[in-house]
Design a protein. Structure first.
Length: 292
C-alpha cells in the first residue's frame, strides 16, 4: 500500500517540478531513497511560540500520523514558509482526522530575530523549533530541493509520502487521502465542505416600514470538514447580518441573524453574499419584502 502512495506522489510532484534535464529520474530517485526511511529527531529539541514560550512535552512522537517540515536558510524564508497557508491547512486537517495530526516545524534561519519577526507578522502561534545548529538536517541529510523537505510520517516516524502540501494542491490531496482514507474536496489551499441552506430566499412580506425586521438564515454543515466563513457582504446598508465567527463542525449549524431596517416605504429585493470554503462559493440569498 505504501508503495502505491509513493508512486502517486511521484506523479503529483512531476506536475510542478520545473522543466530540466531528466526531472522524472531525479524525482523517482528521491522518492525511492526516502520511501519508508525513518526520520531521526535530535535528542534535544526546543519548540517555542514566537521564540519565547517553550512548549513542554512537545513534540509527541507516537501519533498515528505526523508531518515534519524543514526550512533551510537558503533564499527567502518568508516565501518558503507560507505560514498562513499552513495555519489553514492545520485547522482543516484537525477537522478531518480522527485524532490530532501534529506538524513539526524545524526552521534553520540565518538570523534568529528575523524568523521570529516573520512568525509574529504572520500571527503564527504554532510551536516551531528554531534549529540554529541545523541538527535535524545533519542527522537526516535532507534533499536540497525545498519540494522534498516535507514528509508525512507513520507512527514509527517512517516516511509515507514526500512533498509540501501548502506549495502543491496535489500533494495536499494525497496527504489528506492517506490520513482520512477518503477523497477530500480542495480548492487551492482551502479544504472544502458542503452546506445545506434552510432558505432559498427570505421574505419579510408586508410590514410597517418603521419597524425593523429580523429572520434567521441557517446553514448546516453536511460535509466532512470545518465550515469557515471568510466574509459576508450585503447589497445595501439597510441589511445587516450577525453571525458567529467560529468555524462550524460537520453536522452543526451556522445561524445568521438577518436584520432589515427600511429607510423609507418601498418594495425591496436585496442580496446577502457569503464567501466561504464551499464548492461554488460565494453563496447568496435574496431578501425581499414590502415596507409600507
Amino acid at each position: 500500500m505504501k508503495r502505491n502512495w509513493v508512486c502517486l506522489l511521484g506523479i503529483s510532484l512531476s506536475l510542478f517540478v520545473c522543466s530540466c534535464r531528466g526531472p522524472s529520474d531525479r524525482i523517482i530517485r528521491i522518492i525511492d531513497e526516502w520511501n519508508e526511511r525513518k526520520i531521526i529527531y535530535p535528542t534535544q529539541m526546543y519548540f517555542t511560540i514566537y521564540g519565547q514560550d517553550t512548549v513542554s512535552a512537545y513534540p509527541v512522537l507516537d501519533n498515528k500520523y505526523s508531518i515534519i517540515t524543514y526550512v533551510d536558510s537558503v533564499g527567502c524564508m518568508n516565501c518558503k514558509l507560507k505560514l498562513r497557508e499552513w495555519l489553514d491547512f492545520i485547522v482543516g486537517l484537525d477537522s478531518l482526522a480522527d485524532s490530532s495530526i501534529p506538524v513539526h516545524f524545524f526552521l534553520h534561519p540565518k538570523n534568529r530575530n528575523e524568523i521570529i519577526s516573520i512568525l509574529r507578522r504572520s500571527n503564527f502561534n504554532y510551536p516551531v523549533c528554531i534549529d540554529e545548529h541545523d541538527s535535524l538536517n545533519i542527522l537526516n541529510n535532507f534533499p536540497q530541493d525545498m519540494a522534498f523537505q516535507t514528509f508525512l510520517l507513520d507512527r514509527s516516524n517512517k516516511v509515507i509520502a514526500v512533498g509540501n502540501p501548502v506549495h502543491n494542491p496535489k500533494i495536499k490531496e494525497l496527504y489528506l487521502k492517506i490520513i482520512t482514507g477518503e477523497s477530500i474536496m480542495t480548492q487551492g489551499n482551502k479544504i472544502l465542505t458542503q452546506i445545506k441552506s434552510n432558505n432559498k430566499y427570505i421574505d419579510f412580506g408586508n410590514f410597517d416600514w418603521e419597524q425593523e425586521q429580523t429572520a434567521d438564515w441557517v446553514l448546516t454543515n453536511i460535509g466532512k470538514a470545518l465550515f469557515v466563513v471568510e466574509e459576508i457582504t450585503t447589497s445595501c446598508g439597510c441589511t445587516i447580518v450577525d453571525y458567529s465567527k467560529e468555524p462550524i463542525r460537520p453536522g452543526q449549524d451556522l445561524r445568521l441573524k438577518v436584520k432589515y431596517r427600511a429607510e423609507y416605504p418601498e418594495h425591496f429585493d436585496k442580496t446577502i453574499t457569503v464567501y466561504c470554503n464551499v464548492e461554488g462559493s460565494p453563496l447568496s440569498v435574496r431578501v425581499v419584502g414590502n415596507a409600507k
